[in-house]
Design a protein around this ligand. Sequence first.
Ligand code: PHE
Length: 451
Amino acid sequence: MDFTMDRGQWSGRGAFVLAAAGSAVGLGNIWKFPYLAGEHGGGAFVLVYLACVAVVGVPVMMTEIMLGRRAQRNPVAAMAHLAREAGASSAWKLVGVMGVVAGAIILSFYSVVAGWIIDYLVRAATGSFAGLDPGGAEAALEGLLGNPHEQALWHSVFMLLTMGVVACGVMRGLERAARIMMPALAAIMLVLTGYGLAQGDMGRALAFMFAADFTRISPQTVLAAVGQAFFSLSLGMGAIMVYGSYLERHILIARATIYVACADTAFALLAGLAVFSIVFAHGMAPASGPGLILKTLPVAFGGVPGGALLGSLFFLLVVFAAWTSSISIAEPGIAWMVENLRLGRGRACVIFGALVWVLGIAALLSFNLWQDVKLFGLSIFDALDYLASNILLPVGGLLIVVFGSWVMRRTHAREELPLGERWFGVWRFAARYVAPVGVTLIFLNVTGLLG
Ligand code: PHE
């Protein structure tokens, strides 16, 4: 097959770091991290999460970028090509296939949540948060979750936004917007954290997030933390791999990885601090599930002068953060359809988008009409999230890291990671032993096989 077709390329390292950071920073940081930390008791979860980012996330991200860049193909074709190069089984391409499937699942519920954010953007802009108390915020959220039409509308809008950009090609798509929006989002996160310091209960927020009560760590908590590390860093499904495949040779992968991981972690921690300082100042419950930021932040925006403007700006920027992520969730599937199935990019976007849209409708109905439908005891929404984040991403990441460090020839890895001998050794040790053993132990622990 001819893969030398014009696939496009990033304009340079800056553009790649920006795009990868745009992929990583998203709803995972602002929506998911605070609510997971709240549900899993705070500090213990946060510390396990940070450890997962450092010892599993960073080596996996380096490996994923490296595989993508070496192959210069979509994840399915990349794994097939690299397996051939290494003289290994062609079954490795299933890692890419699994990534495409995981992408469809993640995008379905991701788009629903992004839709909630658009809804809140409209509410903020029309001043409906003014003077809102926690009870009012809760009622507003229940109103939205109980309304399938409203959610379907915004879910559809977000899917159109996402597929519109992907259809134009990722590089030309959001690169420029991300350059302006991401720093603005960082600035407004700092403002919100400042609000937390001034008006909220930052002391309790800090204690909640960083004082670890290790008696609260269950196997499920650890699995949630590692799953969140994969989700937040966009790992395990080929998103970062396909972004790496648009990368030129001379870029230093290790440094780009550190930038992205640090930016991603900073956004998550700031979002957590802002949310929990509001939670504790108003006597709200930290463990209130996926609606946490929608119950807390409107109260803050409703209580300050200029809150309508600040709130609108905040939700707008979160929509952008979600948008720069959602295109990367779709890209492995789209690149695969274009390069392997020979579909036009536009047509691929319509097919993939329609499929994901339907799945998203099922996810949003699980808050209202299909409330009682349970899969393995979880609602459809929760089941999609659990399957993708806690199973598909860690398994995908495990296979990627094993491939890069055990199957691929050392000399080839060495070509892609021109680090000093010592740092290369550190990467290889982490990729061969630490990350795979860590993820395997976590799985065994959850299934109870460790006793
Ligand atoms: N990292 C994104 C976020 O935190 C979500 C994502 C998951 C993107 C998997 C790509 C792949 O919002």
